[in-house]
Ligand binder design. Sequence first.
Ligand code: ATP
Ligand code: MG
Length: 162
Amino acid sequence: MSTAQQPDAPVLRIRSLSKTYGSGETAVYALRDVDLDVRAGEFLVLLGASGSGKSTLLNILGGLDRPSTGEVEFLDHRLTDAPDEELTRYRREHVGFVFQFYNLIPSLTVRENVALVTDIASNPMPVDEALALVALTPRQDHFPSQLSGGEQQRVAIARAIV
Ligand SMILES: Nc1ncnc2c1ncn2[C@@H]1O[C@H](COP(=O)(O)OP(=O)(O)OP(=O)(O)O)[C@@H](O)[C@H]1O
Ligand SMILES: [Mg+2]
């Protein structure tokens, strides 16, 4: 279904999404039967107790993990049974991810960690502009190990924005 003629149609459509880790007595039901529609321009906050499945959901929506059952569609992409190459393209063109543990590359400077994305993104924001937005211009030549936790998080945010 094309969403081009329907401005109110959700850009992200999630149906009966479940994720189970392990099996038998030790099985963990991280997500159980989740339905969600997200429209263009919506700003959402996902709240829940530790271990309730927030990262699991975001990993699936971001094309980093696959559900056990259920469906996720982003515009015309069906993520649930997409091959790896299509998920890679989806992440590259549509997803900005700030990881819970930041996932910065320790041997690269702040600037290099953010600049890395500009090699693969189709229309990246200039690195200087992103660093200025998160107030890290004076720290751009430092390595992640030389930064505070919040500064590391801001590098991850700049990378996602770019
Ligand atoms: N790889 C895994 N193997 C087994 N269980 C897992 C795995 N990853 C997550 N879980 C379990 O799935 C549940 C949901 O985890 P998830 O990381 O999505 O929680 P969260 O809501 O992001 O928590 P937090 O607020 O602590 O980050 C938890 O009970 C967790 O122990
Ligand atoms: Mg989490």
